[in-house]
Design a protein around this ligand. Sequence first.
Ligand code: IMP
Ligand code: MG
Length: 180
Amino acid sequence: MPAPTGILSDLDRVLLSAEEIHARVADMARQISADYAGQLITVVVLMDGALFFVADLLRQIDLPIRLVTLGASSYHGGTQSSGQVRLQWPSGVSFQGQHVLLLDDILDTGLTLAALHERLQAESPGSLRTGVLLSKKRPRASVCAIDYCGFEIEDEFVVGYGMDYQGRFRNLPCIGILKP
Ligand code: IMP
Ligand code: MG
């Protein structure tokens, strides 16, 4: 095989190919479509990491969807969570009585999703579920139930398909591990 060029050449190895990701995202879309049949879903997306996942997922769901994006950060540029979650809450959006589906790219310490889950639960949604593309096999500092999970992966820092290292590598079509 020829040596990879471009941003792929910064990868030590590919963990999940674009094909594997797309097949699994299609499964998740089918399951979500069946579970929410006949309902309007309010999808709350954590930007920017979940951008590519959510774009691919939601385009395969044939149900009415209201999309709310928000920012949260706990990494502040490194490869380890700082343990502090900063939320940018959207103003003027009501979640009361809505069927809320909270989506993120990856579950690591679990702090981000747990913080948001708690914040959303306080808004009296009609229902609240969570989904992530990836979940790291590791002990969690905080937990909330995960209803939809794409893949379980080892506890390694990954990039691609939306996930970054210092703002780079989001546009990789696959998910991989960086060279040391
Ligand atoms: P948690 O709060 O520790 O679960 O972290 C979740 C957030 O950290 C995710 O929304 C990602 O943006 C980011 N994150 C966690 N692990 C990784 C990784 O391996 N690569 C890139 N971003 C990550
Ligand atoms: Mg994120």
